[in-house]
Each structure stands twice: as structure tokens, then as C-alpha cells.
Ligand binder design. Structure first.
Ligand SMILES: NC(=O)c1ccc[n+]([C@@H]2O[C@H](COP(=O)([O-])OP(=O)(O)OC[C@H]3O[C@@H](n4cnc5c(N)ncnc54)[C@H](OP(=O)(O)O)[C@@H]3O)[C@@H](O)[C@H]2O)c1
Length: 433
């Protein structure tokens, strides 16, 4: 029997695209690729913007500069979109899906914004739309959720899904750097962009939370924003307090069931107990920790970015899509549980850490305690450290609603004796059975 051929068109030969093409053409992988795809994979075109740029590992004869034409080509069975951004990537992908070609993408921005309708379009046209590399780069979390855990009720997902912020917080924790020093180091090492906003203000993490919740767990909440807090307000004194209290600070993405039909999706810095597996995720690594109803806790750890790790996830998707094409099948998208209601992050209770710089004078503590009391925020522990005419008060509360903490902070800011208020940070409970 003749081995079938599946033809690939790639858009993008940057960090991920070039690594993907190198893996695809690597002689030592050919038997594994043939086994995985049950087909011979033929690379027919690689679209880029600049045809003249030097590109090691990519056959120049395959390069073209019209990406839309690659998406529209009748002989492309699988379009591999590795350029990024919403447009024109969305148009390329729709063009390929409408003519029944499958699509593999690493594009988190596009999938977070339009993933649900693109998945529907793929299904209507009998094609696959696969996007493993869009969340946590090289960690195969979407496939694991969709296959091995397909029948499991996932109660909570906690993810360290942004390597840049994990690197910054790790440097603050292990090397005692302050935020600005750690950010500069991340920029010097190429982990952070010159404009780090997307990472440090958690836009990137929020897009991954959106994909994890809507496309991996089947809990689309259309139009409902993800509650988002970044790490730029975290100071070294907060990191130091956390350490003394038995925690490390991490930026986490959370998808959590609340009661029967509630779902919270958010990203924020959190105090993680040192004994929790996520506390041991250092540097630019990513991890996803899942609490399943029957499976109990599960965790994946790996490189969340980088051309080669992300390209392995792309290649896995391409083999899966090729195998499906050979057998005339495609994956059916997750059905969406439309009974789920988004729960406002302000309504959720947890233990909170907060700290204030106050004037070191008699009566200040009573004023501060009075504000906490008015908002029913009860205090579990307090630490006072003096420096000159100022004192820093650091608190851990009992379980309180985030909304009450926010109104406490608003009122504290009105007190003449309060000079500044630091970050308020949630404490994540253990979660390990
Ligand atoms: N880098 C990572 O670690 C990582 C990890 C996970 C997911 N991703 C995702 O993977 C995608 C690619 O990321 P990357 O880091 O590889 O980006 P990149 O290095 O900037 O490469 C982008 C590639 O797309 C090409 N391109 C852009 N616009 C194009 C257009 N209009 N027509 C034709 N080609 C076009 C560029 O061509 P030129 O080379 O000619 O400019 C370049 O080759 C993004 O969606 C990103 O979010 C990246």
C-alpha cells in the first residue's frame, strides 16, 4: 500500500517557525514523523515578510512572501500559522478552514479572542484547529486536558503561565533583587521585552487563562473579562515577608469552579505555601497544576516559551492533524457548558496579605484597626517594623472577600497617618490532597 502524503504550508519562520521547519526536515526524525503522521509530510511553502533575510535551516526555494496565497492553496492540507497577532492571521486561518484544510497555530492572542468561533468554523468544515503551543509553550497541557482528562471534572487550574514574570519574582526571592533590578536583568537576558507591559501587567497570562478555560476545559464565557492584576506593585519587602511567613510570591492564572454553576477566571500575584509544588517552579519555567474531582492533584512543568520547546508542541499537533486527515476524521471541539456564570473576583474570599507605611506615632494602630473592623476584615497576624519616623505594618487577614479588602484599602488611603499602601496579595490554600 502506498504511503499517503500530507502537504504543509507554514506562515512564519521566526523563533518558532524556524525551529519547527528544522525539526520537520531533520533526517534523524523521519521515521518518528512517518509513524506519528501515518503519512509522508511534504513542506510546500514557508511564508515570511522579508524574503532576503538570512534564515539558517530553511530551504530558500520554499520561501514566499504572500501568506494569504499559502492559506488559499488547494494543495496545502495543513496550514501552520506561526506569525502571531490577530490580523491578518485570523483571515489566513479562516481562509484555510473554509476550504477544509486543518490549521495548527501557536497564536495565543488570536485564540484567546476568537478561538471559540474559529473552532466552530473548523468543525463545520470537517477540519482540525489545534493550538497546543499557545498555552505554556512546550507543555502538552491542552492535549492532556482534552484526552486523558476528558471525562474528569476539573475543579481548579492554577498555572504559572508567564515565564518572564516567574523569572522576575524568582530573582526577587532567591537573589534579593528589587523589582526594577529583576526586570532589567530579565530584559538583558532576553526574557522580557523593552516594553514589558504585556508580561508584567498580566495581559499575556490573561490570554492563556482565557484559552485554558474556554478551549481546554469547555467553559466559554463570552464577553466576560478575565480579572487581571500584574506584578509591578510587588516589592522586595513583600517577597521578604512572604518568605518569613512560609510562602513564595508567584503570578498565577486561575480557572476555578465556584459552587454548582460559578466559574472564576483571573490572574494575580499570590502567596503560595512553600510546600506547594508550584512554589518550586523557578526562573522562566512554566507549570500547570490541576485539581481534578477524582484524579486529585496533577502538575506539568516545562519550558513555556522558546522556539524549540514551542515547536515540539506545534509538531505534535501537526502529526495529530495529519493522522486525522489520513483516516478521514477531525477532532470535535469541546461542548460549552452554558449554565456557567462568571463569578466576580471581588466576591471571592481568601486570606489576604497587605502592608502599609504609616507615621510612627501614638494612636495610628488603633485608627488602622478601626478601618479594618468597619469592613469586617479580621486580622490573623500583624508584623510591625520601624524605620526612622515611619513604621511598616504588614498584615495577614482571615478569609475575607476581595471586595471588602478593596474598600478597606480605599478608606485606609484617606487616613493622614498612612503614607503609602503596598500590594494586596491573595494567599492560595494548599490544594494538595
Ligand atoms: N517565541 C516563543 O517562545 C513562543 C512561544 C509560544 C507561542 N509563540 C507564538 O508563536 C507565534 C510566533 O512567535 P515567534 O516568536 O516565532 O515570532 P517571530 O520570531 O516574530 O516570527 C514571526 C514570523 O512571522 C513572519 N510574519 C509576520 N507577519 C507576516 C506576514 N504578514 N506575512 C508573512 N510572514 C509574516 C515573520 O517574517 P519575517 O521573518 O520576514 O519578519 C517571522 O518569520 C506567535 O503567535 C507567538 O505568540 C511564541
Amino acid at each position: 500500500m502506498n504511503t499517503p502524503h500530507v502537504r504543509l504550508g507554514v506562515i512564519g519562520a521566526g523563533n518558532v517557525g524556524r525551529a519547527f521547519v528544522e525539526m520537520l526536515t531533520d533526517e534523524s526524525r523521519q521515521i518518528a514523523l512517518l509513524d506519528g503522521a501515518t503519512a509522508v509530510l511534504d513542506l510546500v511553502a514557508v511564508a515570511v515578510r522579508d524574503l532576503d533575510a538570512a534564515r539558517v535551516g530553511v530551504d530558500r526555494a520554499l520561501l514566499v512572501d504572500d501568506a494569504l496565497a499559502v492559506a488559499a492553496r488547494d494543495d496545502v492540507d495543513i496550514l501552520v500559522e506561526l506569525a502571531g497577532g490577530v490580523e491578518p492571521a485570523r483571515t489566513w486561518i479562516e481562509t484555510a478552514l473554509r476550504r477544509g484544510a486543518s490549521v495548527v497555530t501557536a497564536n495565543k492572542t488570536l485564540m484567546a479572542e476568537h478561538g471559540t468561533e474559529l473552532a466552530r468554523l473548523a468543525h463545520e468544515n470537517g477540519a482540525d484547529l489545534l493550538y497546543e503551543a499557545s498555552v505554556a509553550g512546550g507543555i502538552p497541557i491542552i492535549r492532556a486536558l482534552r484526552t486523558s482528562l476528558a471525562g474528569e471534572k476539573i475543579n481548579r487550574v492554577l498555572g504559572i503561565v508567564n515565564g518572564t514574570t516567574n523569572f522576575i519574582l524568582s530573582q526577587m526571592t532567591s537573589e534579593g533583587r528589587d523589582y526594577a533590578e529583576a526586570l532589567k536583568e530579565a530584559q538583558d537576558l532576553g526574557y522580557a521585552e523593552a516594553d514589558p507591559t504585556a508580561d508584567v501587567e498580566a495581559f499575556d497570562a490573561a490570554a492563556k487563562v482565557q484559552i485554558l478555560s474556554s478551549l481546554a476545559i469547555g467553559t466559554a464565557l463570552r464577553g466576560e473579562p478575565i480579572s487581571r492584576e500584574g506584578i509591578s506593585a510587588v516589592r522586595s519587602v513583600d517577597v521578604e515577608f512572604a518568605r518569613r511567613a512560609g510562602y513564595v510570591i508567584k503570578l498565577i492564572g486561575v480557572v476555578e469552579r465556584v459552587g454548582e454553576h460559578g466559574l472564576s477566571r483571573r490572574t494575580h500575584p499570590a502567596f503560595i505555601p512553600v510546600e506547594h509544588p508550584l512554589a518550586a517552579v523557578h526562573g522562566a519555567m512554566n507549570a500547570v497544576f490541576i485539581e481534578g474531582d477524582k484524579s486529585g492533584p496533577l502538575m506539568w512543568l516545562g519550558q513555556g516559551a522558546g522556539g524549540a520547546p514551542s515547536a515540539t508542541a506545534v509538531l505534535g499537533d501537526v502529526l495529530h492533524a495529519a493522522r486525522n486527515r489520513v483516516s478521514g476524521r477531525h477532532d470535535v471541539p469541546f461542548s460549552v457548558d452554558d449554565r456557567l456564570q462568571s463569578v466576580d473576583a471581588g466576591e471571592l474570599s481568601s486570606v489576604f496579605y497587605l502592608s502599609l507605611d504609616v507615621r510612627d506615632e501614638p494612636g495610628v494602630l488603633a485608627q488602622v484597626a478601626g478601618v479594618f473592623g468597619r469592613h469586617q476584615v479580621s486580622i490573623q497576624s500583624m508584623e510591625q517594623s520601624g524605620f526612622g519616623r515611619e513604621a511598616r505594618l504588614s498584615f495577614l487577614t482571615h478569609e475575607v472577600k476581595a471586595r471588602d479588602v478593596a474598600s478597606t484599602i480605599e478608606d485606609l488611603a484617606q487616613l493622614a497617618s498612612v503614607d503609602s499602601i503596598g500590594a494586596s496579595i491573595r494567599v492560595i490554600d494548599g490544594g494538595v490532597a
